[in-house]
Design a protein around this ligand. Structure first.
Ligand SMILES: Nc1ncnc2c1ncn2[C@@H]1O[C@H](COP(=O)(O)OP(=O)(O)O)[C@@H](O)[C@H]1O
Ligand SMILES: [Mg+2]
Length: 319
């Protein structure tokens, strides 16, 4: 596979998802509108991207790897929680899932019991190690992990002079046995640097977790600008699976206000299921287990299972 083409047979199929979900210009919102003083600010390139983009229509056949990037450059927006919990919920459905921890903080790694791994991943990014050789067990059935740790911070600097710096992950995945997994899920760092861009260049779809606070929603607008640019230059097939509202507490006025603003600005890009604020999440992390095994009957488990179902449906893998 050359750098410019994915060559993985994951071509856009326009499987009718748009007709099912409508478009963002369905009368509920005008994406070209800029709302000054508002938390949400949409610029022209984003509006163009939304109008030209089909939302998460990349259907895949059985045995075809589906790659999801969990991204939002704002820290604390629920990326790691979503990456680990969604991966576990998909694994629970019998899917073979590989979680790739791309954040040097290694929160997803420690969550699943790994404290090292950064050196291996760094060597993958330096072209000195194959991605497949860094896969480890997670202790959860059907779920494997490529862990990371602090030393992976060196990747950014090491790649600065590499002309193919943005294609490292895509290249490595092309060398990977893609029939080994059904899903690859990237937990991205809280920046829009080289590592997150690698994930967006290699992914089929992006899930954007966001807390319902004004700061996080500004982060969503910035990320969408980046996605719009990457669609034009590096990954035309990249689609937005959806914005996932995390730590949702419908009892507070602030949450409801921000949800309304997000719905006005992003309409059908907001996933129809939110993740409720749930204290069991932090406990699950402390006990080194995904929420779905730590407390299978918790509200958060139910929410992430529902999101897994949505992901499966959008990947063309409905039961
Ligand atoms: N649904 C939730 N309910 C309660 N706490 C949550 C929930 N989702 C995330 N958190 C907590 O919020 C914090 C930030 O979440 P995290 O997933 O680490 O965000 P990010 O990876 O974007 O920095 C963590 O302490 C996590 O335990
Ligand atoms: Mg994180």
């Amino acid at each position: 596979m050359g750098n410019g083409a994915k060559g993985r047979g994951r071509h856009v199929t326009d499987s009718g998802c748009v007709a099912r979900r409508g478009t963002v210009t369905n009368g509920r919102s005008d994406p070209t509108k800029q709302e000054s003083g508002n938390t949400v600010f949409l610029n022209y390139s984003f509006a163009v991207m939304l109008q030209s983009a089909n939302i998460a229509t990349n259907a895949v056949t059985e045995n075809q790897l589906k790659i999801l990037a969990i991204a939002n450059q704002k820290g604390g927006s629920g990326k790691t929680t979503t990456a680990v919990s969604l991966a576990a919920a998909l694994a629970e459905r019998g899917r073979r899932v590989l979680l790739v921890d791309l954040d040097q903080q290694g929160n997803a790694s420690t969550w699943l019991g790994h404290t090292d791994g950064g050196e291996d991943l760094l060597n993958v990014f330096l072209g000195m190690k194959a991605l497949a050789s860094t896969v480890r067990e997670s202790g959860v059935e059907n779920l494997s992990i490529i862990p990371t740790s602090r030393i992976f911070a060196k990747a950014d600097l090491a790649l600065v002079t590499d002309p193919d710096a943005l294609f490292v992950l895509r290249r490595e995945i092309s060398r990977f046995d893609e029939t080994a997994f059904d899903y690859m899920i990237f937990d991205c760092p809280p920046t829009l640097g080289i590592v997150t861009t690698n994930a967006l260049v290699a992914a089929d779809s992006v899930v954007v977790p966001t807390e319902p606070t004004s700061l996080s929603t500004t982060g969503v607008a910035n990320l969408f600008e980046t996605i719009a640019r990457l669609r034009e230059t590096h990954n035309p097939e990249l689609d937005i699976l959806g914005i996932l509202l995390c730590r949702y507490d419908g009892r507070t006025r602030l949450t409801r206000d921000i949800e309304d603003k997000l719905l006005t600005a992003y309409a059908d890009l907001i996933l129809p299921r939110s993740i409720r604020q749930n204290v069991r999440i932090a406990e699950a992390h402390a006990f080194r287990q995904p929420i779905t095994t730590y407390d299978p009957t918790s509200a958060a488990s139910a929410d992430y299972r529902a999101v897994a179902e949505i992901v499966e449906a959008r990947a063309g893998r409905e039961d």
